[in-house]
Design a binder for this molecule. Structure first.
Ligand SMILES: [Mg+2]
Ligand SMILES: [Zn+2]
Length: 233
């Protein structure tokens, strides 16, 4: 089973001019020191004895969190969707980890490579971090069965609606999936969230989705309110 890609929030080894926005975040540095991080993470069961499982909001990237730029990895085009900053601040304050879960078939289609994608994600993490929002991790699937690059043109367990990236994130970050949420604008997001045992919210009320989500919201601010209200009740 191929592994999903993961941004580890490390500064690029090659120091390039103009790459200052990609500095690692404080929590990323702390996590790097934690034992067991370099190898396959221990199971959630093993961790459960030591500390209570956390909760997360898994977030689709394009069309949910930032404007979909159609296979672009140019940081200059990074733009949050309306309500994203406010919504994510509310969720963070309520103790949710924010974890990005994104299909990036542009890799398999030969539109950009994984290094460029990771650099874009590093910039995205820094951009949100500078505005007070800590993105705990970014998981991406570079695969696509009909892609043009043979090494990525495979059926995998991580491309949404498969739940592979959420399950991996739950292991890596000791998360309780039943207390966690998946928020996205497409059927594949809702399908992945349901398959992982999370509650789901579809962004964009006009989306003609076929996979029923638990809730619908216009944007992340409304999604955050739904999550906080549901958790309190
Ligand atoms: Mg999307
Ligand atoms: Zn994949």
């Amino acid at each position: 089973m191929p592994e999903p890609g993961r941004n580890k929030h490390r500064a690029p080894r090659l120091k390039r001019k103009g790459a200052a926005c990609c500095a690692p975040t404080t929590r990323a540095r702390a996590e790097r020191k934690s034992p067991g991080k370099a190898c396959l993470a221990p199971t959630t069961t093993a961790r459960a004895g030591r500390e209570p499982l956390g909760k997360a909001v898994f977030l689709d990237r394009d069309g949910t969190m930032i404007v979909d730029t159609e296979f672009s990895v140019d940081p200059a085009r990074l733009k949050p969707l309306p309500g994203a900053l406010q919504g994510l601040r509310l969720l963070q304050k309520a103790g949710y980890r924010i974890i990005v879960i994104t299909n990036q078939s542009g890799v398999a289609r030969g539109k950009f490579d994984e290094a460029s994608l990771r650099a874009f994600h590093d910039c995205m993490v820094s951009w949100f971090g500078a505005r007070g929002i800590m993105l705990t991790a970014v998981y991406y699937c570079p695969h696509y069965a009909a892609g043009t690059l043979p090494q990525y043109a495979i059926a995998c367990g991580c491309r949404k609606p498969e739940p592979g990236m959420l399950l991996r994130a739950a292991e890596d970050h000791a998360l309780d999936l039943a207390r966690s949420w998946m928020v996205g604008d497409r059927d594949c997001d809702i399908g992945a969230g349901r398959a992982a045992g999370c509650r789901t919210i579809r962004i964009g009320r006009n989306a003609d989705g076929e996979t029923p989500a638990d809730f619908e919201a216009v944007g992340l601010r409304e999604a955050a309110r739904i999550i906080l209200t549901s958790a309190a009740s």
